[in-house]
Structures are given as structure tokens and as C-alpha cells.
Design a protein. Structure first.
Length: 184
């Protein structure tokens, strides 16, 4: 598998690459990707879980037990559960979100897709997401999957990161640009 130097250069990228290769070789890529998506949602929703993965006060054993309990409650696949145990043992749980992001990029690349990180001021409807995917696919010439998030501080518009490109059409950025221009 060919991966970009950017993914492999980071610590999270090396862990994500190892997990991806294990998942691919065992035919469990979709199951691991689904588990990591569930894990990402849990990190976004639960402050307690974020505290668990980032706390330097927990011993390796306690962190591993805590993550195992969360994994069981979230019904994650066995490969992902084992991987989280490795992260806990190596004190790398704080990198979980970065590893999930890198794994998603690797899985998308293996499917011939690109992943676009899209931040909007308000949740997008299914029709808006489909139209956005079509526009981005036309722009980059590949199938697009999107990773959606909401940031009300944008006021309106979108910020799209796809590969090394950033498309910022947010009202917040436009207002900041106008404010700088008015200062002269």
C-alpha cells in the first residue's frame, strides 16, 4: 500500500497505518472503520471519555481497563479493542482522534476516495451533502467521502479541507478579511 509521507511521518499516522494493514490483511477494514467512527462519536460527545484518553494521571493498567470498558459498552470489534489496549499500554490514547482521522484517510484512499473535512455553521441536509460531494468530486476527479462537523462561530458558509487544499467560504472569514481591509 502506498501512503503519503505526511501520514506516515506522524506518530498517529504510523499507528493508523499499522492498524489499517492489520485490518486489511484480516479482511476487517469495514468493521474497524465502523468501530473507529463510533469511537470518534464517543470522543465528541463524552467529556468523561475525553478525560480518560487524555489523563496523564491514570496508570497504563487503569487506562487500559477504562478503555476496555468503554469499548465493550460501544460494542467495538475485537481488533479495535486490542488496538486501544496497545495505545493505552504505550501511553498513546491522547492521539486517538488523530489516529482515527489518519485511518479514515487511508481507508478512503484504498477505496479510491478522498475524504473532505467539512465544517459548516449549521448542520447540512442530505441533499446539501450530496450536492457538495458532487461538486468536490468534479473538482478533484475522485469519489469523495465527507467528514462533517458544525461550528456555529462560522456564522454561515463552509470550510472544506480536502487533501492539501482549503476552501474557506465562511462568513466569519469574509468579515475578518473586510475588517483587515478597512484598517488599511
Amino acid at each position: 500500500m502506498e501512503t503519503s509521507g505526511g501520514i506516515q511521518a506522524s506518530l498517529a499516522g504510523r499507528y493508523a497505518t499499522a492498524l489499517f494493514e492489520l485490518a486489511r490483511d484480516s479482511g476487517k477494514t469495514e468493521a474497524v472503520e465502523a468501530s473507529l467512527s463510533t469511537l470518534k462519536g464517543a470522543l465528541a460527545e463524552s467529556q468523561d471519555f475525553r478525560d480518560l484518553v487524555t489523563s496523564p494521571l491514570l496508570s497504563r493498567t487503569d487506562a487500559a481497563k477504562g478503555v476496555a470498558g468503554v469499548a465493550k459498552a460501544l460494542k467495538l470489534d475485537p481488533l479495535t479493542v486490542n488496538f486501544l489496549g496497545v495505545l493505552a499500554t504505550n501511553r498513546r490514547l491522547a492521539k486517538t482522534a488523530d489516529i482515527v482521522r489518519a485511518f479514515s484517510a487511508l481507508a478512503a484512499d484504498a477505496r479510491g476516495e478522498m475524504t473532505a473535512e467539512v465544517v459548516s455553521a449549521h448542520p447540512l441536509s442530505d441533499d446539501q451533502v450530496d450536492a457538495l460531494k458532487a461538486q468536490l468530486a468534479q473538482r478533484v476527479g475522485r469519489k469523495i467521502s465527507v467528514d462533517l462537523s458544525v461550528d456555529p462561530s462560522l456564522l454561515g458558509g463552509l470550510v472544506v479541507n480536502i487533501g492539501s487544499q482549503r476552501i474557506d467560504s465562511s462568513i466569519k472569514t469574509r468579515l475578518n478579511t473586510l475588517a483587515h481591509a478597512m484598517k488599511g
